[in-house]
Design a protein around this ligand. Structure first.
Ligand SMILES: Cc1cc2nc3c(=O)[nH]c(=O)nc-3n(C[C@H](O)[C@H](O)[C@H](O)COP(=O)(O)O)c2cc1C
Length: 316
């Protein structure tokens, strides 16, 4: 009998994970930009069962987002060009945060910006708020200024992380990486050296579509961000490679639609996962993923999610 077989059915798994000192009741988090501020899904799924909720990308001042087409489906994927539509951080803190807190899951504010000063100003406001964690978005491909540009180069990324770290010393800081960075490992290492407590990856892949009848690109910005199952094997490979390169917790995402997908990321060494596009197609996806992870842990006799990994942090 294998060790897994001898343990089968014996353990009651504890799905909770701790990332940068924050305890999540399970390792499944709603990805930024795909779950609004949580309240939108009340009455559709039991939102309180999620490990965490990442807000839509928040900027210091309100933004209307991009005009023209914003979403376009591709085979096994989704292109989006939302452009960081949000009520601004003061508007979020006053108008959305109290209800979001009530829902129960860990609250992660996705901090976005077009300039380092804007990131720093937003970080200071979030530091004084009740959010549990900041996810610093240096990887949005859908804004003309800033956004992904900060996440493509190790030194620029470090400069933003340092400023935000300084302005929000009291908040755990996770930095969201761009799969479009030519040297992802270099960017990841410099974010960690600049003070990131954790890294999340990946944001969307820069991509495009052309309307053959209109004979022009579908999106006004020409390019958009690709997510969904089409990107999953690439995102997984990136998590696998980063697990060896850095020693902070990783939160993996990109095309996770069912528990087997999430388990691949946990096996690759991610401490937790985020689920985005799948929720649009199938709102209960995250609940089913939580249940699937629990069944897998029972089947293999794992007591905590950290035991699932075949690639671990060196200090674990
Ligand atoms: C419609 C849409 C809006 C998004 N908005 C944001 C955002 O505001 N900030 C951010 O960091 N990521 C944003 N993302 C990226 C997702 O959080 C996630 O990184 C990406 O979609 C990959 O995960 P998925 O394949 O599970 O969707 C958005 C994705 C989609 C599809």
């Amino acid at each position: 009998m294998s060790p897994a077989e001898s343990l089968r059915g014996a353990a009651v798994p504890d799905l909770s994970v701790s990332i940068a000192g924050v305890r999540f009741k399970n390792p499944v988090i709603a990805a930024s930009g795909t779950f609004g501020y949580g309240r939108e899904y009340r009455g559709i799924i039991d939102v309180s069962r999620l490990g965490g909720i990442c807000t839509k990308g928040l900027t210091l001042h309100p933004r209307r987002g991009n005009s023209g087409r914003r979403l376009h489906e591709t085979p096994s994927g989704l292109l989006n060009s939302i452009g960081l539509e949000n009520p601004g951080i003061p508007g979020f803190i006053e108008g959305e945060l109290p209800a979001l807190r009530e829902l129960g899951p860990v609250v992660i504010a996705n901090l976005s910006g077009s300039a380092i000063d804007e990131y720093a100003g937003g970080a200071a406001l979030l530091a004084a708020s009740s959010v549990d964690m900041i996810e610093l978005n240096i990887s949005c491909p859908n804004v003309r200024a800033g956004g992904m540009a900060f996440g493509l180069d190790p030194e620029t990324a470090a400069a933003v992380v340092r400023r935000v770290r300084h302005r929000a010393e009291n908040k755990p800081l996770m930095v969201k990486l761009s799969p479009n960075a030519p040297d992802l490992i270099g960017v990841a290492r410099s974010c960690v050296n600049a003070g990131a407590d954790a890294l999340s990856l990946v944001n969307t892949f820069k991509a495009m579509a052309i309307d053959i009848r209109a004979r022009k690109p579908v999106f006004q910005n020409i390019s958009a961000g690709l997510s969904g199952p089409a990107v999953r094997p690439i995102a997984l490979r990136m998590v696998w490679e980063l697990r060896e390169a850095v020693q902070v917790p990783l939160v993996g995402m990109g095309g996770i639609a069912e528990s087997g997908d999430a388990l691949e990321f946990l096996l690759a060494g991610a401490e937790a996962v985020q689920v985005g596009s799948a929720t649009f197609a199938h709102p209960p996806a995250m609940i089913e993923i939580i249940e699937g992870i629990e069944s897998y842990m029972k089947e293999y006799g794992f007591t905590v999610p950290g035991e699932i990994a075949i690639r671990k942090r060196r200090d674990c």
